[in-house]
Design a protein around this ligand. Structure first.
Ligand code: ADP
Ligand code: MN
Length: 177
């Protein structure tokens, strides 16, 4: 529901999960299949400098949540967005009609992250993030559990299934209530 109590014509979906679980790949396919807009939040932060500099220790930008949410607000109001990000704890709850948490088995994720060049503390932090299901817990804490879905993302087959499932939700959105 929007602030005005009216339903958006097309849903907004947050696709979250530990880095490497397949958010960007899944959102690209889903955007092609459905015509929804893929917002890669990490890219947006870089492009529009929505950060307070680089954290050399954690090897990532220090995202400025307020600047980021201001930047996204207008797009989110219209609906039809796939928001791709590895955090979910600072977006307004009202933005999302579904929250999807992608999950990957440890050994598979380890290989993906090392292939990406992650090592040391960054690799360890991300592995722990997945082992302790941080994103699923956060999603349950910050959103209505009824709109949160955990989906496995280990294989290409999982990815096609997930795109199928989510395309179905998007198609069905206009039909009920
Ligand atoms: P994220 O955006 O969550 O960090 P990516 O979509 O960039 O993850 O995926 C990381 C790597 O893992 C990419 O090389 C991608 O092709 C691969 N990958 C992601 N999901 C799957 C999957 N379900 N099956 C096989 N490979 C995958
Ligand atoms: Mn990504």
């Amino acid at each position: 529901m929007t602030d005005e109590g009216r339903k958006r014509a097309t849903p907004n979906i947050l696709v979250t999960g530990t880095p490497g679980t397949g958010k960007t790949s899944t959102c690209s396919l889903l955007a092609s299949a459905t015509g929804l807009r893929h917002i890669n939040v990490g890219e947006l932060v870089k492009e529009k400098s929505l950060h307070d500099g680089w954290d050399a220790e954690l090897d990532c930008y220090v995202v400025n949540d307020d600047l980021l949410c201001d930047e996204m607000e207008d797009m989110m109001r219209d609906g039809g967005n796939l928001v791709d990000y590895h955090n979910c704890d600072f977006f307004p709850e009202r933005w999302f009609d579904y929250v999807v948490v992608l999950q990957t088995d440890n050994s598979v994720l380890y290989d993906r992250l090392t292939n990406r060049g992650y090592m040391g503390r960054k690799l360890q932090n991300n592995m722990e993030c997945e082992i302790f299901q941080v994103l699923l817990e956060d999603a349950h804490e910050f959103y209505n559990v009824d709109i949160v879905r955990a989906l496995p993302s280990n294989t290409i087959e999982d990815m096609s299934n997930n795109v199928e499932i989510l395309s179905g939700l998007i198609r069905a959105w206009g039909n009920n209530t």
